[in-house]
Design a protein. Sequence first.
Length: 311
Amino acid sequence: MASLAAWLILSAGWTVPVALVTAVLAVLAAFGLSIALAFAATLAGVGIAPEQRPPLPTDAPHCQPLGIPAAMRGYLTEYRAVFRMFNWLQPFRSRLDFAQPARPLPDAPHVLMVHGYGCNHAIWLDMAPALAAAGYQCEGIDLTPVLGDIDDYAAPLLARMREMAARTGHPPLLVCHSMGGLAARAALVLAARDGSTPPSTGIVTLGSPHHGCALARFAGGRNAWQMRWQSPWLAALAAAETPAMRAHIVSVFSWHDSIAGPPGTSWLEGAHHVALDGIGHVALLRHPRAIEATLAALDQLRAQNAPVQQA
């Protein structure tokens, strides 16, 4: 933005105020265009033939087209959420602690919040207060390196779950956004391999691309390669899971996700599902309907009153 303003002033002879305003508007317009293109490419499943998409169960709720007003609301909400996350929360608010409940739920597991690709724990600062108000004690974790292997995230994530279980007396509940849901599934598989006590009471995934992501092939890093549509890594992860593991997962997703798509990628056979509409990928972290669905999923998993059992 500063470079564009400087060029307009020095090369085109524009006045400083006009150049600054123009540069700001140009950056905001480019930002908005990138979000619009992400929506279009994801919803269309660019590069993925229809026959490559797994069929949804006959009783699954199906995606319905949005009207223009609802589509514009979804777009603008996503624009605001993305701008806020990447330009405010992550760079400037990551040192803040999560809100904690005045009256914690008695004998309830703590909640470990797991971020997605290219992010850190600050993405949860908008949702954590709602969970705290409901009585849940929340903690965060940062998955590093940013462009690393998802399997390498599984070990520290598993270690953190075990530490929380030892400290609190209960295996934690997990709330995971996007890639974080895949890391959590990989951590459970890792725990099953050594035959240890199940490390989690249950997992809520938000917009996790369980079958892969059409846009992943345009992103960098080993983790992006692993999230490509129906990648060998995703196939191996699914093959290593048991029905009991899947039964303790609730997948909350939007049919109109702007990143995790094509629609249906968050449908995980054997898990529970909460399908929303008109909400973009990042907006799932702060939209009232997504927060309500997350709280309901946590209550559901807590009510099951049993850690994940390995079959």
